[in-house]
Design a protein around this ligand. Structure first.
Ligand code: IDP
Ligand code: MG
Length: 169
């Protein structure tokens, strides 16, 4: 059986950018031989952070987690990417390592670069989707269709009359 094409949302979190780990993380991820089909630097709003971590709302560390992903403790930015290819979710997750950086394989990205803060948040340098369903929800949250070079999910044309958009002056 051949693995089917999948997508995974990958975020280099603010601690990863602050520690200048972008190159190292991208090099590690290139071991997967997957394609990057979208990439951008994002300043994360509270709304985006809360939507991204909507499943963590009840956690005692929720507020710290929101501040962390918004970059309040590091550079105020995240690098967002979509990786695509056969078995993308498991491949990316494998190199990424376990959620808790102290339990993660030391040669995984989180094992090598993560830490637990004194406030108890796992600063683990990278986010990756855990399932195809989560990937779809997250990719649609972080990217517009035209920002992805493949037609991954169905789109439709919409007329937006009162849309205000910043254009080059
Ligand atoms: P994941 O990032 O491996 O998918 P999730 O359970 O979705 O793990 O948690 C989202 C993020 O919340 C983690 O990446 C980590 O930064 C933080 N986190 C998760 N569980 C804990 C915990 O028990 N203590 C502190 N921070 C946590
Ligand atoms: Mg998760």
């Amino acid at each position: 059986m051949t693995e089917k094409d999948e997508q995974s949302l990958v975020l280099i979190k603010p601690d990863g950018l602050k520690k200048s780990l972008t190159g190292n993380i991208l090099t590690r991820l290139s071991e997967t031989k997957l394609d990057i089909v979208a990439a951008k630097i994002v300043r994360v709003s509270r709304e985006l952070a809360e939507k991204h971590y909507c499943h963590m709302k009840e956690k005692p560390f929720y507020e710290e987690l929101i501040k962390y992903i918004m970059g309040e403790y590091h550079k105020r930015k995240v690098m967002a990417m979509v990786y695509c290819g056969p078995g993308a979710i498991a491949k990316v997750r494998g190199i990424c390592g376990a959620t808790n950086p102290e339990e993660a394989d030391p040669v995984s990205i989180r094992g090598a670069y993560g830490r637990i803060t004194t406030k108890g948040v796992y600063e683990n340098a990278i986010h990756t989707s855990v399932s195809a369903e989560e990937a779809e929800r997250e990719i649609k949250l972080w990217f517009e269709p035209e920002e992805i070079i493949l037609d991954i999910y169905p789109t439709k044309e919409a007329k937006l009359q009162s849309l205000k958009k910043r254009v080059w002056a």
